[in-house]
Design a protein around this ligand. Structure first.
Ligand code: FAD
Length: 522
């Protein structure tokens, strides 16, 4: 993963002259952005750890697994939101964790936490580094220093129970690494967020991630059967049986805890046999309201697509769902919807037919498989586009929420108005990609000219959008989590008493307050 952009440098592309022309005409983008510093030119604030601190950390994990070198600190300086990428472009001194620590066992995690509690050092658990909500900001929270606790050595398939369909995966496994280990044995997890290639099992659990196949396989938190968590107060092994009435489900405390309550080391997950067959069908709807009602019908009737998503008119017009064709002539009119079905052949055929019936009845026109396959082909490429846009002088950022079906139209209108009000002349795109019987998520992409002081301008837009979301009955996050960026809305989201409950749990598990300060809990 690049330290100042997405993914594999070999896959980054410059924008075509056509797209640059479109940006100039539609958004007033005038000329490329000034390039940021190279890694060698970046200046980091010096590490605040003493030689004694580093020795104590080395005592916990071995000298070779602790580093205070800038080359190791810089890639853990933050996540991968657009503000993160803009901050990395600064030529002023940047903040970064004071060291990187790589434990290889639960005992070593516990030992690091003990050293940090004693020496007043904050700990930011680090998975794949793909947070888009400031979840990895190197906050010290009033403590002496902060370390990044990188979980990459927890990289094994620890158990596969083929009778029960459960796998225990190390927290540091990336999406592809986990799927490869499972596929060797004929199994699949089926969690494919857009950040799949870099994000980790522990990160998915810690943020309640949701993947593009959520209609079929569920959100990540729905796949979790058990968790092992190391906290400063001890180790928890949660999730004993497929279902339980033994009091509140404590796994829920750690799903979405974002490194503030403990370090997740292993996750027991529901897995399924690799699908025998895959079927694709794309659809067009005359407008977003008709398309949304069609997705609702499918989900409420339970016709069973593995993937179902709907782009609004603007997304459809610029082919955003078909990354390879962006900037070309519109491939589909109205609003594009994509459906994918996975499983055994007979079952896939039956589910596809039921879904087709529901979509036809709701006003859809089948486009055949082409656009659905094109969506799947480019589905992990869009983050590269954001980098190319930034280089070309355009700000591009996303935000997401969820609400019940009846509230979605007002929510979408309010967020769009908030964003375009704060960023006049911007383009706001929207899609539905996660559906539930009672509601759905809305995912917004905003593109605007980078202009002067983009961090401040985006901050104002984000505040306006967040306020609009809460005002119109949405949640501040459906799957990106809270981090530092959504923390200001948490009291409104869960109420004063809710916040006090979270604080009380944290005080019990992390009395020294070392775990990821400044995130999630107000
Ligand atoms: C381009 C892009 C696309 C994205 N698309 C999606 C998407 O489709 N769906 C989606 O849900 N999200 C998406 N995200 C957001 C992000 O990928 C998810 O939040 C992901 O779950 C983070 O996993 P990670 O391993 O990278 O965690 P990190 O970013 O490293 O960490 C995220 C948070 O979890 C904590 N954490 C990480 N590992 C552990 C652990 N083992 N124990 C305790 N705490 C831990 C960290 O301290 C931090 O607070 C996207 C992000 C980007 C940049």
């Amino acid at each position: 993963m690049k330290w100042d952009a997405w993914g594999d440098p070999a896959l980054a592309k410059e924008l075509s002259a056509d797209i640059k022309g479109l940006l100039a005409a539609a958004l007033g983008v005038t000329g490329d952005a000034a390039p940021g510093p190279s890694a060698d030119e970046v200046v980091l604030h010096p590490s605040r750890l003493s030689a004694e601190d580093l020795d104590a950390l080395a005592g916990a994990v071995g000298k070779e697994h602790v580093s205070a070198a800038d080359a190791d600190r810089l890639p853990r300086a933050g996540g991968k939101s657009t503000p993160d990428l803009l901050r990395r472009r600064s030529r002023e001194a940047q903040d970064a964790p004071d060291a990187v620590v790589l434990p290889g066992s639960e005992q070593e995690v516990a030992a690091v936490l003990a050293v940090c509690a004693e020496r007043r050092i904050a700990v930011v658990p680090f998975g794949g580094g793909t947070s888009v909500v400031g979840g990895l900001d190197p906050e010290r929270g009033g403590l002496a220093a902060v370390v990044s606790l990188d979980l990459r050595r927890f990289d094994q398939l620890l158990d596969l129970d083929e009778t029960s369909g459960e796998a225990v995966l190390g927290a540091g496994l990336t999406g592809p690494a986990a799927e490869e280990l499972l596929a060797e044995r004929g199994w699949e997890l089926g969690h494919y967020p857009q950040s799949f290639r870099y994000a980790t099992i522990g990160g998915f659990a810690a943020t309640r991630s949701s993947g593009q196949d959520s209609a079929g396989y569920g959100r990540f938190d729905e796949m979790v059967r058990g968790l092992r968590v190391v906290t400063p107060a001890g180790v928890l092994d949660l999730g004993r049986a497929p279902a339980s009435a033994a009091g509140p489900d404590l796994r829920q405390l750690f799903l979405g805890s974002e490194g503030t309550l403990g370090v997740i080391t292993a996750v027991r997950l529901r897995v399924h046999p690799l699908p025998a067959v895959k079927a694709y069908e794309a659809w067009s709807f005359p407008d977003f309201a008709t398309g949304t009602a069609a997705l609702r019908a499918v989900e409420q009737q339970g016709t069973g697509p593995t993937v179902i998503r709907l782009s609004d008119e603007a997304e459809t017009m610029i082919n955003l769902a078909m990354t390879e064709q962006i900037g070309g002539a519109p491939a589909v009119s109205g609003c594009l919807a994509v459906t994918v079905f996975e499983g055994a052949a007979a079952q896939v055929a039956a589910r596809q037919q039921l879904t087709r019936d529901a979509l036809l009845a709701a006003g859809g026109t089948s486009l055949g498989e082409g656009p659905a396959r094109a969506w799947e082909h480019g589905r992990f490429s869009a983050p590269y586009l954001r980098d190319s846009l930034l280089a070309a002088g355009a700000l591009c950022e996303t935000l997401e929420t969820a609400a019940s079906w009846s509230r979605l139209p007002a929510l979408r209108a309010a967020v769009t108005e908030a964003l375009t009000g704060a960023l006049p002349g911007s383009l706001v795109l929207c899609h539905v990609s996660h559906v539930y019987p009672t509601g759905a998520s809305l995912y917004f992409t905003v593109v605007a000219a980078l202009g002067e002081d983009p961090l401040t301008r985006w901050g104002a837009a984000k505040r306006a959008a967040g306020d609009a979301i809460l005002r119109t009955g949405g949640t501040i996050s459906h799957h990106h989590a809270v981090g530092a960026d959504h923390r200001p809305w948490m009291t409104e989201e869960i109420g004063d008493l809710g916040v006090r409950i979270l604080r009380a749990v944290k005080a019990e598990l992390d009395p020294a307050g070392i775990l990821n300060p400044g995130k999630l809990i107000p």
